[in-house]
Design a protein around this ligand. Structure first.
Ligand code: SF4
Length: 375
């Protein structure tokens, strides 16, 4: 039965079985799920009971989040996103426009009342009654409230929707606000980043599809599997930081040699994200800003990205080791935030157990996320 479903998926998408299974293993590895979870994910995608309806709203933003998701180089991503979900409203991707598009949104909301996933891209202007962003004659504020009322789950994608992002920088003339400042009666999962890594978004959706629940989140609403560790902890230049070898100017000898970018304003020491672990562009062969020689500017971190000037030095957390680290026990492996090498190894080995941490919420049936603090 499962084999038949994968065969059908292969024929429909022109996707090789091996590529599909590698994708499922990558999803499981990204989320730090235990051995065997990739099979559950493959089953959920290949034999979905019903693709979840997704209503995707755009407000104050540049559409970079959508671009990042759909322009990713990994061959399966753009195919699978449309296979995993039923994208029932998305202004950038819709053929329809005007009244037709708005009618489609209402039809999707009515047909999937209480069951659809609401994805919000962009901040919401709240100043002066929200008049600075209107679609179809309605303010972004009203549209958000209208759509959130019957949503089963809400995901704020990108820094603008997650914490205000660039539109909210001082003096913030439009009162640009994040989703969770407006929707208070439902949990909002945030996937910050400018743009966010598409795998973090897709992994969140796949988690919901596979287990019927959203992943564990931190106090800012960010999934712990992606945002529980500082960039600085997994950075490939960390050894240079510890040894005191820094690039002092762009293009100087230290920069050319790949030394640490801290003195050029890198915000990795105060920014939580898994960029150095899962990279951008493609699993295993992608890159990321620090990897290309540009300091991290802290886009996933409220009050850092767009707020702190790039030349300003980061606040360094955890300069010395805490009094005691928890023991790394065999059952837990190396933790959910895998290093690049561990991730690639995990994908290549299709769920070899070494790179996985047991996720505490596996099997929960509540659709709301579990809140936890970033460790
Ligand atoms: Fe990497 Fe930046 Fe930390 Fe240097 S300061 S080790 S470049 S994250």
């Amino acid at each position: 039965m499962f084999r038949d479903s994968i065969d059908a998926l292969e024929a429909k998408l022109g996707l090789e079985r091996r590529t599909f299974l590698k994708f499922c293993a990558a999803m499981a590895a990204t989320m730090g799920l235990p051995k065997g979870a990739e099979a559950q994910i493959a089953n959920a995608i290949a034999t979905p009971a019903k693709r979840p309806s997704v209503i995707w709203l755009h407000f104050q933003e540049c559409t970079g989040c959508t671009e990042s998701l759909l322009r990713a180089e990994h061959p399966t991503l753009e195919k699978l996103i449309l296979e995993i979900i039923s994208l029932d409203y998305h202004e950038s991707l819709f053929a329809a426009a005007g009244h037709q598009a708005e009618a489609a949104r209402y039809a999707a909301m009515e047909a999937n009342k209480g069951k659809y996933v609401l994805v919000v891209e962009g901040a919401i202007p709240v100043k002066d009654g929200g008049i600075y962003c209107k679609i179809g004659g309605k303010t972004a504020l009203d549209i958000l409230k209208e759509c959130a009322a019957d949503a089963a789950a809400i995901i704020a994608i990108g820094s603008c929707a997650s914490w205000g992002g660039m539109p909210s920088t001082p003096p913030n003339p439009t009162g640009a606000s994040p989703v969770n400042a407006i929707i208070k009666d439902k949990p909002v999962v945030t996937i910050p980043g400018c743009p966010p890594n598409p795998y973090n978004f897709l992994s969140t959706v796949v988690h919901y599809l596979t287990f019927g629940s959203l992943p564990k989140i931190d106090a800012e609403g960010r999934p712990l599997f992606a945002y529980s560790r500082l960039i600085h902890e997994n950075c490939e230049r960390r050894a240079h930081f510890d040894a005191g070898r820094f690039a002092m100017e762009f293009g100087d000898e230290g920069h050319r040699k790949g030394f640490c970018l801290y003195k050029l304003g890198c915000k990795g020491p105060e920014t939580y994200a898994n960029c150095p672990s899962i990279l951008f562009g493609d699993v295993g062969s992608g890159s990321w800003p620090v990897g290309t020689g540009h300091p991290c500017f802290g886009c996933t971190e409220k009050g850092v990205g767009f707020y702190k000037p790039i030349h300003q030095l980061a606040d360094v957390k955890n300069v010395v080791p805490p009094a005691s680290y928890p023991r790394v026990v065999e059952e837990q492996g190396v933790g959910a935030t895998l290093g690049s090498a561990a991730l690639v190894a995990a994908v290549a080995g299709l769920a070899a157990g070494a790179g996985y941490k047991v996720a505490g919420n596996l099997g929960k049936d509540s659709s709301g996320p579990d809140k936890d603090s970033a460790e």
